[in-house]
Design a protein around this ligand. Sequence first.
Ligand SMILES: CC(=O)SCCNC(=O)CCNC(=O)[C@H](O)C(C)(C)COP(=O)(O)OP(=O)(O)OC[C@H]1O[C@@H](n2cnc3c(N)ncnc32)[C@H](O)[C@@H]1OP(=O)(O)O
Ligand SMILES: O=C([O-])CC(=O)C(=O)O
Length: 379
Amino acid sequence: MSDDLKKGLEGVLVAESELSDIDGEVGKLVYRGYTIEDLAKGASYEEVLYLLWYGHLPDEGELAEFTDSMVAERAVDDAVIEVVRTLAEADENPMAALRTGVSTLSAFDPDDGDADPTDDEANLRKARRITAKIPTILAAFARIRQGDDPVQPREDLSHAANFLYMLNGEEPDDVLAETFDMALVLHADHGLNASTFSAIVTASTLSDLHSSVTSAIGTLKGPLHGGANQDVMEMLKEVDDAEQDPLEWVKGALDEGRRVSGFGHRVYDVKDPRARILGEKSKDLGEAAGSIKWYEMSTTIEEYMAEEKGLAPNVDFYSASTYYQMGIPIDIYTPIFAMSRVGGWIAHVFQYIDDNRLIRPRARYTGPEDQEFVPIEER
Ligand SMILES: CC(=O)SCCNC(=O)CCNC(=O)[C@H](O)C(C)(C)COP(=O)(O)OP(=O)(O)OC[C@H]1O[C@@H](n2cnc3c(N)ncnc32)[C@H](O)[C@@H]1OP(=O)(O)O
Ligand SMILES: O=C([O-])CC(=O)C(=O)O
């Protein structure tokens, strides 16, 4: 047994995976051998889900069957919506609300209860239900808290377009629907990131799929992981609202020893390929709207961070201004990340439990030794 301490488990191999591969030196990401650039350009989120869960890209018949099976699961039980309503009225944090919402889904899942956690067919049915219902829960939460009624899912729209429809109460145009679909494709999987690791730690105890996804949502919520996309937009807004020079802002933040959200990565030494794609999208959206101020502010910060800190943007940096220009409320950026990443979490859980071993690392004990126990009344 090695006594080397690997803080943050950096570089530690704990599993084999066929799902996604990252080359952090050149900034390359692939899902099952397909580059993220090709998938972003050519595949829908539904195709990527199929690829991750079933191992190959679907043909037209397979995709139609899969899509129908997902669409059929979009509606959420009224009792779950009532829980969502209570959370929205209590002004719950959206990620916390999503975490509780997904946890609540298990009470209404016909395959939950005493189901064998390694039953592949039951797990796939649960996977479809959880993934199809997350957008419905999230859109309902976002609407209820602003005093609007939830909008029922439509059957004729894609996963991405249906979410925007349920969120805004109107069908998105093609640019919005395609941009959002692409964002879902980009966020679907990323090796053993922290939230995916949480999901498989939970699965490795032979717990159920809802528990794995709930654990993962809680992990994605933090500002060092998925929570960074919200922080990035709040930072850009702060700079803009104060009519500050972005360079001055970023210098000040670094001088105070603060981290700049959306920069740095455990695996990438160079710009995250997803940030390259989203940066272009952010610029396109700005040009279409007649102002690229968010894009320009972002690139100014990017250049300074590269020069001063040698740090490059991660996926959260340019997703922020992309979502902002799509009119999406800032505090649901991280739940949107979860809405996509659930596909990857589930794929990793399936893969891991196929050859399961309990995940249980060690901590080096640094506490006191040989203490003499003193009964409470004598302390
Ligand atoms: C989807 C995702 O999860 S992508 C990541 C989203 N998170 C963020 O954007 C938050 C900001 N980024 C960070 O905090 C980090 O870069 C992380 C958490 C992503 C990666 O962390 P680690 O691999 O553990 O790197 P670590 O925290 O050890 O940082 C290494 C050095 O870079 C510095 N650094 C890393 N990121 C940043 C940053 N964003 N701003 C300023 N300094 C930074 C650290 O202060 C540290 O410097 P030091 O050695 O002088 O103390
Ligand atoms: O891989 C990571 O550590 C974080 C990340 O970029 C992701 O989860 O998409």
